[in-house]
Design a protein around this ligand. Structure first.
Ligand code: C2O
Length: 537
């Protein structure tokens, strides 16, 4: 195994898009940031030095960080921020994982511009469980705001309303020629007739689940969230913020220029956001002047496509890559996801939108939770997060005003999980204010998505329909609008692990919690000691 080193300088840089120039926070002046290349089994040393006037923290999304939450990155959960002028080295091993993941800032909304790809090559001497592609490229889907994003967030908070949506979607930081002044801000890739390409697609958008398609070409899905899947062919991919999808694409069409395009899947009538990002797939030897055609993307509200697409996702579950689904459950958790309204004396309207799990709106601490846990600091958090909602109700029926208000405590309330126990968590969307899809991300683990459905979860009949053979294994899952999703995992990674909706707007409203997974029986199964340069709180 090798040691791979990277230097990440956090710098502010002027970037122009859509006829606007503005300073953005970057890594090494790049937008999107540099790709981290690593091989399964390697150790990564990534030194982050902060030259910007913003606190910073970087998360390696989907990396399991076994016993090593110190390298996980969410601010105030596993570490305090790297302040201006400070440095911190994220030091971690990449074990038992290969595929596409990504990294991003994990503080406020800075991930709007601070993100990049992580490519984990399979172990030396091992191959992909699918035909070897000839070439590969990354496609990072994102969003662009003409205004300063931190200001946008602050304004939203002040009004107690959702902040305004982005001005464009982007592919590799570029919106493409359908936007003003964007001809030169168009990502283009050249392909050769007959060759096969591996596309590593990452949804780095702050708030939008996206459809992605390539005009004239089908794609074969082979991996999601760095886990191999049973291959299937599709004309469009659906990808939620936080998720990654690898597809094979064969350049087997008439040589020409083809648009690749990304546009939101808006299954809730919250906002109208139909801005389409485009990039160009161009066959070798073809003139730049040919106008590409647009792909057929599913309609903005095509939830039938979404259900059907998600149902096709299955773990590969081969002898080399078995799906180790927990068959017995030690701990049953049931969390309702709510959007509601709370009083807010400092807000312009006197109220503010809030989000909750089991009617609890998470409050961020001042000290990092992992440090409080490791050093046994009292008073930072409690471990009384309820395993189920206070009072069961018809979750997806008519909204009950009684449930609109959420409770907020001074300290975060977490859930304590016994080491190596098997956990089943049902996430149930509710109709408290509106129903919306929520991409839930768990740090420190992959989980199996054993079941999902529309309406209320039925504990009598639904578990019998769970897929315990080859369910998709991932780190981020979409809880469908007005429905539920059941996940299972084995709590074999001690530490404090964040779990949250990967829509930044909902995370900001409190749609998050954390699990304290207790240490194992001996030192080899316990949280590692913190690194010397861990930023002080
Ligand atoms: Cu990709 Cu906690 O985030």
């Amino acid at each position: 195994a090798a040691v791979k080193k990277y230097q990440f300088d956090i710098q502010v840089k002027n970037v122009s898009r859509l006829c606007h120039e503005k300073p953005i926070v970057t890594v090494n002046g790049m937008f999107p940031g540099p790709t981290v290349y690593v091989r399964e089994g390697d150790r990564l040393l990534i030194n982050v030095t902060n030259f910007a006037q913003y606190n910073m923290s970087i998360h390696w999304h989907g990396l399991k960080q076994y016993r090593n939450g110190w390298a996980d990155g969410p601010a105030y959960v596993t570490q305090c921020p790297v302040q201006t002028g400070q440095s911190y080295t994220y030091d971690f091993n990449v074990t038992g994982q290969r595929g596409t993941l990504w990294w991003h800032a994990h503080i406020s909304w800075l991930r709007a511009t601070v993100y990049g790809a992580i490519v984990i090559m399979p172990k030396q001497g091992t191959s992909y469980p699918f035909p070897q592609p000839d070439f590969e490229f990354n496609l990072l889907l994102g969003e662009w705001w003409n205004d300063d994003v931190e200001t946008v967030v602050k304004q939203g908070n002040k009004l107690g309303l959702p902040p305004k949506t982005s001005d464009a979607h982007t592919i590799n930081g570029k919106p493409g020629p359908l936007f003003p002044c964007s001809e030169k801000h168009t990502y283009a890739v050249e392909v050769e007739q007959g060759k096969t390409y591996l596309l590593r697609i990452i949804n780095a958008a702050l708030n939008d689940e996206l459809f992605f398609a390539v005009a004239g070409h089908n794609m074969t899905v082979v991996e999601i969230d760095a886990v191999y899947t049973k291959p299937f062919s599709t004309n469009a991919v659906l990808i939620a913020p936080g998720q990654t999808t690898n597809v094979l694409l064969r350049a087997n069409q008439a040589p020409g220029r083809y648009f690749m395009a990304a546009r939101p899947f808006m299954d809730a009538p919250i906002s109208v956001d139909n801005k389409t990002a485009t990039a160009i797939l161009q066959y070798k030897g073809i003139q730049n002047t040919i106008i590409p055609s647009l792909p057929q993307l599913p309609a903005l509200n095509d939830s039938a496509f979404a259900l059907n697409y998600n149902a096709k996702l299955r773990s590969l579950n081969s002898p080399r890559f078995p799906a180790k689904v927990p068959l017995n459950v030690d701990r049953h958790l049931f969390y309702t996801i709510g959007l509601g309204v709370n009083p807010c004396p400092t807000c312009q309207n006197g109220t503010q939108l809030t989000a909750s799990l089991n009617n609890i709106t998470f409050v961020m601490p001042q000290t990092a939770l992992l440090q409080a846990h490791y050093f046994n600091l009292r008073g930072v958090f409690t471990t009384d997060f309820p395993d189920r909602p206070p009072t069961p109700f018809n979750y997806t029926g008519a909204p009950l005003t009684a449930n609109l208000q959420t409770t907020k405590s001074n300290r975060p309330r977490l859930s304590k999980i016994a080491f190596n126990s098997t956990v089943e968590l049902v996430l149930q969307d509710t109709n408290l204010l509106s129903v919306e899809s929520h991409p839930f991300h768990l740090h420190g683990y992959n989980f199996f998505v054993v079941g999902s459905g529309i309406g209320n979860f039925d504990p009598k009949n639904d578990p019998a329909k769970f897929n315990l053979v080859d369910p998709p294994e991932r780190n981020t899952v979409g809880v469908p609008t007005g429905g539920w999703t059941a996940i299972r995992f084995r709590a074999d990674n001690p530490g404090v692990w964040f779990m949250h909706c990967h829509l930044e707007v909902h995370t900001g409203w409190g749609l998050k919690t954390a699990f304290v997974v207790e240490d194992g029986p001996d030192a080899d199964h316990s949280v590692l000691p913190p690194p010397k340069d861990l930023p002080p709180c």
